[in-house]
Design a protein around this ligand. Structure first.
Ligand code: FES
Length: 101
């Protein structure tokens, strides 16, 4: 049904670290798609009830895909492209206060 504009094989492979584990994606993939392709789920847990969350809309509306990217908290993974060496952490609990300002 959906096909990427460029063939997957035509795009350069990039490696990112997820919770310290390397995963491979293709340049131009969104981070959410790269994580889902690698079998990563859930992406986070809600701060109050610890319910698991994973991407739902894949277009920046639901905020269920929030992860930490290179130390930046609450990044919508469906709205950023992967890059080589990207460091991703799957958040649990509330946002850390030192980064809230
Ligand atoms: S999947 Fe809904 S905002 Fe990212």
């Amino acid at each position: 049904m959906f096909r990427p504009i460029a063939s997957t094989l035509e795009r350069r492979a990039v490696t990112l670290q997820v919770q310290g584990r390397p995963i491979t994606a293709r340049e131009g993939d969104t981070l959410a798609i790269a994580l889902l392709n690698a079998g990563v789920t859930p992406f986070r847990q809600t701060p109050v009830s610890a319910q698991p969350r994973a991407p739902m809309c894949l277009m920046g509306v639901c905020f269920d895909c929030l992860v930490e990217v290179d130390g930046r908290q609450n990044v919508q993974s469906c709205m950023v492209e992967v890059s080589d060496g990207m460091q991703v952490r799957l958040p649990t609990g509330a946002r850390r206060a030192e980064d809230a300002a």
